[in-house]
Design a protein around this ligand. Structure first.
Ligand code: NAG
Length: 510
């Protein structure tokens, strides 16, 4: 054997052993960074119930599920949901069992402001959230509060909801009430949950309330007004409340990862990343602000060709662009899955005009990817890594809080699919952290099963199972709850940990 060959062999051997070592690290426990925080999340309409109790008025989800029950897969609704309005102490007990640092929940606007406006602040609504917050703080669990998680007051919807530019003031008034009532104890505020889903699935389509299906126009109006409302609430907090309350405020954007089907589709993937995540992130986190260039160009060109007098994508004023730039203390990220993309060469017919037609991209998931109980939510951990790296590159490494990540199953306590999902995604997240992404906290969706919008109770996202036959809505920890608990306790991820699931306890010394 020549020396050169020997050298090559040696290098190869060293490389193999290095890879093995890495493998071993991943096989055993991987540490989370110092100060890394863990939480779980829910949202008001999905868990609270008590839909018409103590002065609460109707939200768009009450209205939709009562007037159009067929829209929901099992014709169910959130009238009772998890009964958390009455069971909040048990919810906090579960947070203690898991050893959480924080819990993310949302405020029901029509519970706090039954007229939609601050002319009347409902004392029972305030009391409910005070009780929940105080119960959590008693055990050192920080509240992370989402101001808007989809349950818009029905009255405001009848006035256009996010399509009426006055929503900017209405929303800011609501945010002000929340800061005044709870800001002494709440240090993490999220302005909006998943703007793309709100606007595109609710206004530009029929996948969420209010199911307007005003394709190609309403979703863009919604996007603009929602973003401006976010920015206005940010600056209100920043100027009036932050100096004394010293909290953080940010927006939460849901994004899949879009992977080009092949090298020829790189630009296609870029387009959809900018139309989807970029639509809401670019105005806030990019250097220049405003909607992404590629989105402005494509919607303007299509609109022109379709005979519109102006682009269907409304413009921000220069003042709005400035107000939006930098208006978020963290990049709040919800993530579930990944899609392959290719250019639409006429193989898919989209409504015209529409967001899908404007970007002209086809997305799909190969049939051999691991499925979950929800369509289009296949298990693709590497996509999470790529998405986090993309955010780092695109927006100059903002501090990120994962505000949702989770897996849907059918009912059952032995949820090995969920355990595998969390292990896969958390390993991918740790890979991204090792490669420089500044992730500060991780939130599992969800603490417990809950009303999954138009899927009703047919799919389950909970670490705890909820018994919907039981009037008390008994909660029982799944296997994944025990695995999550151990991860939080040890601040490390052990792929081989096998929990003893006989009894869930509270570690009092935490
Ligand atoms: C939504 O609107 C498009 C036209 O823009 C139409 O083709 C489609 O059938 C509508 N969907 C529903 C469920 O009404």
């Amino acid at each position: 054997m020549t020396n050169v060959r020997l050298l090559i062999l040696l290098v190869a051997l060293i490389t193999i052993s290095e890879c093995k070592k890495l493998e071993e690290v991943k096989q055993t426990a991987r540490k989370f960074p110092d100060g890394f925080l863990f939480g779980t999340a829910t949202a008001s309409y999905q868990v609270e119930g008590a839909w018409n109790v103590d002065g609460k008025s109707e939200s768009i989800w009450d209205y939709l599920t009562h007037t159009n029950p067929e829209a929901v897969k099992d014709m169910s609704n959130g009238d009772i949901a998890d009964n958390s309005y009455y069971q909040y102490k048990r919810d906090v007990e579960m947070m203690r069992e898991l050893g959480l640092d924080y819990y993310r929940f949302s405020l029901s606007w029509p519970r706090i402001l039954p007229t939609s406006f601050p002319d009347y602040i409902n004392p029972a609504g305030i009391e409910y959230y005070n009780n929940l917050i105080d119960e959590m703080l008693k055990y050192n669990i920080q509240p992370m509060v989402t101001l808007f998680h989809w349950d818009m007051p029905q009255k405001l919807q009848e006035m256009g909801g996010w399509n009426n530019p006055h929503i900017v003031d209405w929303y800011t008034d609501f945010a002000k009430v929340a800061f005044e009532m709870f800001g002494d104890r709440v240090k993490y505020w999220i302005t909006m949950n998943e703007p793309y889903e709100i606007c595109h699935h609710g206004y530009g389509n029929v996948n969420l309330a209010p199911m307007l299906n005003l394709t190609g126009v309403a979703e863009y109006l919604c996007a603009k007004n929602l973003l401006v409302a976010h920015a206005k609430a940010y600056h209100l907090y920043d100027k009036m409340y932050r100096p004394s309350q010293k909290g953080k405020l940010f927006i939460t954007i849901q994004s899949p990862w879009f992977e080009p089907e092949n090298e020829g589709e790189t630009e296609t993937a870029r387009d959809i990343m900018q139309f989807d995540l970029g639509q809401f992130a670019h105005p806030i986190f990019s250097k220049n602000g405003d909607f992404p260039e590629v989105m402005k160009d494509k919607v303007a060109a299509k609109s022109k060709a379709q005979g519109y007098q102006r682009s269907r994508l409304p413009e921000f004023t220069a003042e709005e662009i400035e107000m939006l730039r930098g208006s978020s203390d963290f990049f709040g990220l919800n993530h579930y899955s990944t899609h392959l993309v290719h250019r639409n060469n006429g193989d898919t017919v989209y409504a015209q005009p529409s967001n899908y037609d404007d970007m002209n991209v086809v997305t799909y998931q190969p049939s051999d990817w691991v499925a979950s109980a929800t369509d289009r939510n296949k298990v693709v951990p590497w996509g999470f890594y790529k998405l986090l790296m993309w955010i780092k590159e695109e927006y100059d490494n903002p501090p990120v809080i994962i505000t949702e990540n989770g897996y849907s199953s059918l009912p059952g306590l032995d949820d090995i699919g969920r355990v595998d999902y969390y292990r896969g995604y958390l390993n991918a997240m740790l890979d991204a952290i090792e490669d420089g992404v500044d992730v500060r906290a991780y939130t599992a969706w969800s603490l417990m099963d809950n009303f999954e919008w138009l899927q009703g109770y047919t799919v389950r996202f909970g670490l705890y199972e909820v018994d919907y036959e039981d009037p008390e809505r008994k909660r029982t920890p799944r296997k994944s709850a025990f695995v999550f608990k151990e991860m939080v306790r040890t601040r490390s991820l052990d792929n081989n940990y096998e929990p003893d699931t006989t009894e869930m306890t509270i570690d009092e010394d935490k």
